[in-house]
Design a protein around this ligand. Structure first.
Ligand code: SF4
Length: 365
């Protein structure tokens, strides 16, 4: 059977299910522990006509190739779901035929699953250049669609994936079309292979901000890992998950906290990269922007509260709600709303009408 969909690099999260579909008909398939539960993670075909420089399934790689039959894949998903082995399906494929044909095959597989009563989660991959009518069909049957941008710019993309299509129109443009049709950011995602090309963190942060602004809810950052036998492996070393961890944090700050790319400028080094740090990126931003503080919790708008370390979207909303109920925003109230650990992180950045804020926990007297 074909291998797993590429891109999820944490080996601890991978597993396998073994299923008996009928006497003498057994199947084994890869699974992946996602945030919402275990997914059957399938490459419909490991055959691919493309020559992406980093990919073990590229046309130049010598390996055994295989392709699922739709009926077998559908029965596998239904059986694994009935047995409680998975909570959903992630379906992708190598480009073994024209991208439109491959996307249609994946979408029809999902439609077949739905027609046979499958109600579980489905994430389906769109191929570069997928036409609008097919993107709409994918969104009707899947819970989430994605189209991997792989790189943050057309020039970087052409270096690492020279035959996979035109970055601007076949990838970026189609991804935005999916976001427009979906009208729900949670339904659309993409992935970058960080460090395969020469994109800087500055470029990735700008692209991420644009994507979130235009309705792409989730950007995945896969740290580049050299695969022996691929051309890029001779030129580039592995990328630390610390870098992709920072980018995930930046993405959350851009999407959920209202930060803008220019806010990150003071943190970038000469090479336009974020610093490797043990502090949270939000705290680094707070220290790099003393002009933002102190924030007055009795009056500050929500977006200003969100810049304070220790205050997240939920707690910022609680503070605003307490104010609208007419409650006085005292250190005691804040400690209750935030919890004592978060309050201690927030306190140095807040103005509570005192020159120097108490660093002891006011809940404890
Ligand atoms: S299109 Fe590129 S990344 Fe996708 S399977 Fe083929 S070679 Fe790999």
């Amino acid at each position: 059977m074909p291998g797993a969909a590429r891109g999820s690099t944490d080996p601890r999260k991978w597993g396998r299910v073994r299923l008996r579909l009928a006497p003498g008909d057994e199947v084994e398939a890869p699974t992946y522990e996602s945030v919402g539960g275990r997914l059957l993670k399938i490459l419909y075909s490991t055959r691919c006509r493309m020559d992406c420089r980093y990919c073990p399934f590229a046309v130049f790689c010598r390996r055994a190739r295989s392709i699922w039959r739709r009926e077998k894949l559908v029965r596998t998903v239904l059986r694994a779901t009935r047995e409680g082995s998975i909570r959903g399906l992630f379906l992708s494929s190598g480009l073994y035929r024209d991208p439109e044909d491959v996307t249609l095959e994946l979408v029809e597989t999902v439609e077949e699953l739905r027609a046979r009563g499958y109600t579980g989660y489905v994430h389906v991959k769109l191929m570069p250049g997928a036409p609008g009518w097919l993107i709409k069909r994918a969104l009707e049957s899947a819970d989430r669609v994605s189209l991997n941008l792989e790189a943050a710019s057309a020039s970087s993309f052409s270096e690492i994936a020279p035959s996979k299509g035109r970055w601007s129109s076949d990838l970026y443009g189609r991804l935005l079309l999916a976001a427009e049709y979906a009208q729900s950011p949670a339904k659309v995602s993409t992935q970058l292979v960080v460090g395969a090309g020469d994109d800087t963190d500055r470029e990735i942060i700008m692209l991420t901000w644009l994507l979130h602004r235009d309705g792409v809810g989730v950007v995945h950052y896969s740290p580049y890992t050299p695969v022996p036998g691929t051309p890029l492996a001779e030129k580039k070393g592995p990328v630390s998950p610390l870098r992709t961890g920072l980018l995930y944090e930046a993405s959350r700050l851009l999407r959920d906290y209202g930060y803008e790319p220019r806010d990150f400028e003071p943190l970038l080094d000469n090479g336009d990269m974020l610093p490797v740090t043990t502090r949270s990126l939000k705290e680094e931003l707070a220290r790099a922007h003393p002009e933002w503080f102190p924030v007055d919790p009795a009056r500050a708008p929500l977006w200003e509260l969100l810049r304070v370390p220790g205050i997240g979207p939920r707690t910022a909303s609680r503070i605003v709600e307490a104010r609208s109920r007419g409650e006085r925003i005292t250190p005691q109230l804040l400690a209750r709303l935030l919890g004592s650990a978060r309050f201690r992180r927030a306190a140095p950045f807040l103005d509570l009408g005192q020159r120097h804020l108490p660093l002891r926990d006011p809940l404890r007297g």
